[in-house]
Design a binder for this molecule. Sequence first.
Ligand code: MF3
Ligand code: CO
Ligand code: CO
Length: 271
Amino acid sequence: MARASTGFLNKDGIRIHPAEDFAGMHASGQLAAQCLDMIGEYVKPGVTTGELDARIQAFIEDAGATSATIGYRGYEHASCISINHVVCHGIPGAKVLKDGDILNIDVTCILDGWFGDTSRMYVAGKLSRRDERLIEVTHESLMLGIAAVKPGNTFGDIGAAIQQYAESHRMSVVRDFCGHGLGQVFHAAPNVLHYGRPGTLAELEPGMFFTIEPMINLGRASTKVLADGWTAVTKDKKNTAQFEHSIGVTEEGCEIFTLSPAGKFYPSWGA
Ligand code: MF3
Ligand code: CO
Ligand code: CO
């Protein structure tokens, strides 16, 4: 169901949405967040990533929504499930989770034409102290990036906040993937970098909708994509973590569309 885009493109080519568009983004973002709430209890050793993906697809479809990733550039699944040194775009399938695995689950749904895109970290079994620190630093870097979102600040302020925090913990920021504008489309301008310098790049304005989704590595920042054309891994095979929220800039700061309605985020497998 195509519908005319709302709002207008600003001088930087970034869509500015009218206030009434926030309701649709809130609804789709909340559905995606509920989906991540739902899947937590099924993440445990012995489960396959394909089983998790099937539950995610059923949840989205039962809610009367559709998966944005099924059919996207040939991708065939309702989620990306990225384990240990997989940075992003891990393909669900026969892979069996084992004790101590950490994994990112990323879902994007379309509800009434609006896209909700979010991801969180989960653990199968026992979490090592090293990976716990990685996950904590990654979540905090996302929230510090979000804290920099208000009119008058710039996209460089967001990246700088994330990079400064991650690097101060001797971790590295992935450069090869970034956040993105979204709304009635999956990926739009701008590219939202998770590193950068304060005061640089486009200025934030009320009505912008985009994701922030930092990937933070225990080792070096370099990544490569495997022969399947999707799975991105760290070149040094050290572990990596990611969290993603979809947000909208308001007059005062921003609305996080994908906050967990159950208050689950980290650790998303607990409480
Ligand atoms: N949800 C991812 C993002 O954050 C995109 C996944 S595209 C897929 O932008 F095809 F790999 F699913
Ligand atoms: Co995204
Ligand atoms: Co995503």
